[in-house]
Design a protein around this ligand. Structure first.
Ligand code: GLN
Length: 232
């Protein structure tokens, strides 16, 4: 196969600069060939998600305007304050395009406030608070009382408990977290507290988590999300 002059033959380049046989293509270095994942960046913990996604090989961009949505293969709705994110989505004109993109099959991972934004039905929402929908669940906002506003716990995650899929326990941080009170027929349980209460659910390409895996370094939900994106 003719490949033209090699780098070592090019003028001014010493053989020390030549790529070795196993050097990766430029296109795969630094995740440049990974999927393009948007992180909704109106408010909330955008940076922690971006770092984890980049670590897993994705190309990450922030989404702040409707036009940004056309650029991404998948979208993360971060934790933060769902009433604020909802209000800013209205002000930036993102609310309806986001609803349409999610309904149209855009893969989405929502954590905490992000789960609230995905809920088909919301209890204890702020005045006039709306959601984008996409996940057939009923979510109660700020469902844990004052005493347990923030806590960490191990979770029961049925999809990770298949034979051969064992690993360290799934440890997750809950910060003024919501709870999934009902899972409708279109969605399925993804993770539960040790007492059985649902804290994560999936409907096709939409994943919603009540907790923050990105703050405990728990990568398996982001990996699952990237597999969903890769399946197209
Ligand atoms: N309590 C917040 C809300 O209502 C969610 C908290 C979080 O995302 N850590 O949106």
């Amino acid at each position: 196969m003719s490949r033209g002059p090699t780098v070592a033959e090019a003028p001014g380049v010493t053989s020390a600069d030549a790529p070795t046989a196993d050097a990766p293509d430029a296109a795969t270095v630094g995740g440049a060939a990974g999927p393009r994942i948007g992180v909704l960046a109106l408010q909330g913990d955008v940076r922690e998600h971006s770092r984890m996604l980049e670590h897993l090989g994705a190309q990450v961009m922030t989404v702040r305007r409707p036009a940004d949505l056309a650029e991404v293969d998948g979208l993360v709705l971060p934790g933060g304050e769902s009433t604020v994110i909802d209000r800013l989505a209205g002000l930036t004109g993102l609310r309806d395009p986001l609803r349409e993109a999610i309904a149209g099959g855009l893969p989405v991972l929502g954590t905490c406030a992000g789960l609230i934004l995905l809920a088909a039905r919301l209890r204890d929402g702020g005045p006039g608070q709306e959601t984008f929908g996409g996940l057939d669940v009923t979510v109660r906002r700020n469902a844990f009382g004052r005493q347990t506003e923030s806590f960490e716990t191990d979770l029961v995650v049925p999809p990770l408990e298949r034979p051969g899929a064992d690993g360290p326990p799934v440890r997750a941080a809950f910060i003024r977290a919501p709870l999934i009170e009902e899972i409708g027929p279109a969605a399925e349980l993804l993770a539960a507290l040790p007492d059985g209460r649902a804290v994560a659910a999936r409907q096709g390409r939409v994943l919603g988590l009540a907790f923050h895996p990105e703050s405990t370094g728990e990568t398996r939900f982001h990996e699952l999300f990237l597999r969903v994106v890769a399946e197209g």
